[in-house]
Design a protein around this ligand. Structure first.
Ligand code: KG4
Ligand code: ZN
Length: 342
């Protein structure tokens, strides 16, 4: 089954053609024939965050050229496809609307069936596109700029949310702390790089909700962000070694809180595999700590390559293929759903 996926939920216009083997089986496998991503980082950089209006406008200009390029790289035309998939939510409403409208128009013009996909579901299933794809079921820790959640996936297409962030997403916390330390946007990768030469025990930053049993699988990062702000107010903007130490200490607090709950959930659910996905999965310390803590518990940790972790069209095409294979069809009434909970 060959599906074209389109992603426009935030600040990336992405399209990909994915070939899915046995989409109706318990173990489908996907292979991206093309994977085109236009990032808007340069559009938003000087504002230190995503400006929704500019995002929508850029998606409008880029959606069709990105789709054309995805078809060209996959050496196929619309008539060689079996279906279309588009991100319907969650995300920025204006950005989502562009994708949904383009998806519906293409479907109408080509007669191809269309599926509306949940963006988080895309992140969760992206692991099926990796060479060493783990067999479902699995537990997934989704950590991106917009989301931080734990999901149980006992069967494909059936997701149970175990916990979410109560305030900032992990990537958002990285980006906000980077901004207050004077680093460029998006700051996650900069903190990762600087932290490599710092001491993670230099500053004892708080771990959010770790001592509250009621929120066993929830996360909170706003207190940590405030703690870094307070530190900067007391000590001034750190430079050199001190900057590396603050980055390492902040990063350690985030990774400690994330891995602690993920491993706790994997243990309680008795699922053998823990999949890490979303843009923050690129973080070197998070990957290392997750592997370390999972190994100690006999849990298999899987982290897809960074290109599959950050926003892309291939994960949307794959999730859409599974929906289409189950008989799902979106009609002309399909609309964006910016707050869609999985
Ligand atoms: O999944 P993604 O590409 O987009 C969303 O759906 O949000 O994630 C982007 C987020 C940004 O907040 C970015 O700072 C963060 O992922 N990120 C990182 C690293 N690389 C990207 N955070 C920490 N360490 C990294 N190496
Ligand atoms: Zn995402």
């Amino acid at each position: 089954m060959r599906v074209l996926g389109l992603e426009t939920s935030c600040d990336e216009t992405a399209a990909a053609v994915v070939e899915v083997q046995e989409p109706q089986s318990e173990r489908p496998r996907g292979r991206a024939l093309s994977d085109v991503i236009h990032t808007q980082a340069a559009v938003h950089e000087r504002f230190g965050g995503v400006v929704p209006e500019l995002a929508s406008r850029d998606h409008l200009q880029r959606a069709l050229p990105v789709i054309d390029e995805a078809l060209r790289q996959a050496r196929c035309e619309l008539r060689d496809l079996d279906g279309l998939a588009v991100t319907r939510g969650p995300g920025l409403v204006g950005a989502l609307l562009v994708g949904v409208q383009v998806g519906k128009s293409l479907s109408l013009a080509s007669g191809l069936p269309l599926a509306g996909v949940n963006h988080i579901e895309g992140h969760l299933l992206a692991a099926l596109l990796a060479d060493d794809a783990p067999p479902p079921p699995w537990l997934a820790l989704v950590v991106s700029g917009g989301h931080t959640s734990l999901y149980e996936m006992r069967e494909l297409g059936q997701y149970r949310a175990l916990g979410h962030t109560l305030d900032d997403a992990a990537g958002e916390a990285f980006d906000k702390v980077a901004k207050l330390l004077g680093l460029p946007y998006p700051g996650g990768a900069h903190i990762d790089r600087l932290a490599a030469s710092g001491d993670p025990r230099a500053v004892d930053f708080p771990r959010g909700l770790s001592r509250r049993s009621r929120a066993a699988y929830d996360f909170s990062f706003s207190g940590l962000k405030t703690a870094v702000l307070t530190w900067v107010r007391e000590h001034g903007l750190p430079r050199g070694e001190q900057l590396a130490d603050v980055c390492a200490s902040f990063q350690e607090a985030v990774c400690d809180a994330l891995t602690l709950r993920a491993v706790r959930a994997a243990r309680a659910s008795r699922l053998p595999t823990l999949v890490l996905c979303g843009g923050v999965a690129a973080n070197s310390r998070l990957r290392a700590l997750l592997f370390e803590r999972c190994a100690a518990e006999g849990i298999s940790a899987v982290v897809p390559p960074p290109r599959l972790c950050t926003d892309n069209g291939a994960m949307i095409a794959l999730a859409g293929a599974l929906r289409l294979a189950r008989g799902e069809r979106a009609d002309a009434a399909l609309s964006a759903d910016p707050g869609w909970r999985l």
